[in-house]
Design a protein around this ligand. Structure first.
Ligand SMILES: [Zn+2]
Length: 312
């Protein structure tokens, strides 16, 4: 079935979807339900472990800086963290409107990727709504440097993500990717890429209160030139594909699907946050647009495109 209209009109999901798991950083058990929502609702998280002031809308105004994951908060300082993989799936599948009820302050890690989110959303189906979707279109170059790491975004009619990572003397090594977003490429190539870490960073991460819920079922662990997981990689460039996935998730915290060409060396959540901050600093950097079907080149087949992985 052609699903071209879902790239131009707002969308939600057909039915409620449930997830359970543990937070990769806080290690706590968490239950999460996704519900369909009306047009112009956006993505709203509702912390049902709290009784009041518990709604947090995905919007750039609510994004806060965080080093190892993404984080948003509301005016009452109620926050929700590690939402990047769900947000990547929502950006990848072009979902605009949802209510997400969750009984913890961190999303479930699932298998460390956006695979299960993507799989369940495709299973229940995407509902096309009767109002045009809004896009954030970049008007001029915006860039950020953090030491040797940098990110920039240039005007483009589609979303392109060109990344370089460099992990010397490890299996990850140096790698580059030139990714052009569309729903097919997200489902086929990106959604399954898992989060990764170096073994010698695990203890440091845990000492600073992160990665408590991390294990070999929700992260790839690399020890120099060896993979600690005995299941192998899902693709030879799974590491950099996960950086694309994180980027898709982080930039969707803006509340918009972005049209622009991203280049980054040594990308991460912090750089992605600073890029959004820089974009929203001046209204001359962007415009909010809607698209017509003629301009749109996204063509989406069905969930048969999703590769098969056994998830724990
Ligand atoms: Zn990630």
């Amino acid at each position: 079935m052609s699903d071209q209209r879902s790239s131009v009109f707002q969308t939600t999901i057909n039915n409620k979807i449930s997830f359970s798991g543990v937070g990769i950083h806080n290690g706590k058990a968490v239950n999460m339900n996704l519900f369909p929502a009306a047009v112009d609702n956006g993505i709203i998280f509702k912390r049902i472990d709290l009784e009041k002031n518990n709604e947090i809308k995905v919007s750039f105004d609510n994004v806060i800086k965080s080093r190892f994951c993404s984080k948003i908060k509301n005016n009452s300082n109620v926050f929700i963290s590690t939402l990047e993989h769900l947000m990547a799936s929502l950006n990848g599948l072009s979902i605009d409107n949802l209510i997400v009820e969750i009984d913890s302050n961190e999303l479930p890690a699932m298998d460390g990727s956006a695979y299960e989110y993507t799989s369940k959303i495709l299973e229940t189906g995407v509902k096309i709504q009767n109002k045009p979707k809004k896009f954030l279109k970049i008007n001029k170059e915006v860039s950020v440097n953090l030491g040797e790491r940098w990110i920039k975004i240039l005007p483009s009619n589609e979303l392109m993500i060109n990344l370089e990572i460099d992990y010397p003397n490890t299996l990850i090594g140096n790698d580059t990717i030139n990714y052009t977003y569309n729903k097919d490429s997200f489902v086929e190539d990106i959604c399954y890429a898992r989060t990764f870490t170096l073994l010698n960073n695990v203890e440091k991460l845990r000492a600073s209160g992160f990665g408590i819920g991390g294990n070999l079922n929700n992260a790839i662990v690399v020890d120099k030139y060896h993979l600690v997981n005995n299941t192998g990689l899902r693709s030879k460039n799974e590491f950099i594909k996960h950086k694309v996935l994180d980027c898709l998730g982080d930039i969707y915290l803006s509340g918009f699907q972005i049209l622009g060409k991203i280049h980054s060396f040594s990308p991460g959540h912090e750089l992605n946050f600073h890029l959004l901050k820089e974009i929203f600093k001046s209204e001359s950097n962007y415009e909010i647009i809607t698209m017509t079907l003629l301009q749109d080149t996204c063509y989406y087949d069905d969930r048969n495109n999703l590769p098969n992985f056994n998830v724990a």
